[in-house]
Design a protein around this ligand. Structure first.
Ligand SMILES: CC(C)(COP(=O)(O)OP(=O)(O)OC[C@H]1O[C@@H](n2cnc3c(N)ncnc32)[C@H](O)[C@@H]1OP(=O)(O)O)[C@@H](O)C(=O)NCCC(=O)NCCS
Length: 161
């Protein structure tokens, strides 16, 4: 299976959305209730939102045989701080080091911008993955509301030296 990681373009919007929803439904579903998964993955496709992010922020896709199987979204929020806005892989490509490769792309951007820290809200599914990369939980467990349903998550940060 040939797999490439490349910067996202506007043509990737639907592929990114499809991989994102698959990752929630088929990977995060191991750690969340069906009510949570339905609310979280129930959004409509909005190409304009995704294209705005592609233009404004830093997005990469993981492509395998013409299909987008995952994406990473990193945003520079201030002179000091970057935020991981999304990192979602389909079950077809988990456990091959690709999540970490996308994270290293985020880290490159953070270093080029001389950022002091990277923050994110980790899912239950990804918390240990981020801990392995050096992130620490910095506040109490919280949640992000999707369609009126709170989706539990963990505020985390990585200090950059
Ligand atoms: C979290 C996620 C991106 C990890 O991607 P992945 O490609 O499977 O992870 P990798 O293969 O790059 O793993 C990198 C390292 O983290 C470890 N790791 C990966 N997932 C882990 C997990 N859930 N718990 C503990 N360790 C984990 C691996 O063992 C590996 O360790 P190593 O470097 O010592 O070999 C992927 O599981 C995913 O898409 N999850 C669902 C979506 C999600 O919750 N995204 C997070 C949004 S905040």
């Amino acid at each position: 299976m040939s797999i490439i990681i490349r910067r996202a373009t506007a043509q990737d919007a639907l592929g990114i959305f499809t991989a994102h929803m698959r990752s929630i439904r088929e990977v995060c579903s191991m750690d969340y209730t069906s009510l949570e998964i339905t609310a979280w993955s129930g959004r409509n496709f909005r190409a304009d939102f995704i294209c705005q992010s592609i233009e404004r922020d830093f997005l990469w896709v993981i492509e395998s045989q013409g299909t987008i199987q995952g994406f990473g979204h990193f945003a520079v929020m201030s002179e000091f701080e970057g935020e991981v806005m999304g990192l979602y892989l389909t079950p077809d490509i988990l456990g091959k080091g690709l999540g970490k490769k996308l994270f290293l792309e985020f880290l490159n951007v953070a270093r080029k911008h001389h950022l002091k820290k990277i923050s994110l809200h980790a899912t239950k599914t990804a918390k240990s993955f981020y801990e392995a990369l050096g992130f620490l939980q910095i506040a109490s467990d919280t949640s992000i509301e999707m369609k009126g349903v709170p989706i539990p998550c963990f505020p985390m940060e990585l200090e950059l030296s």
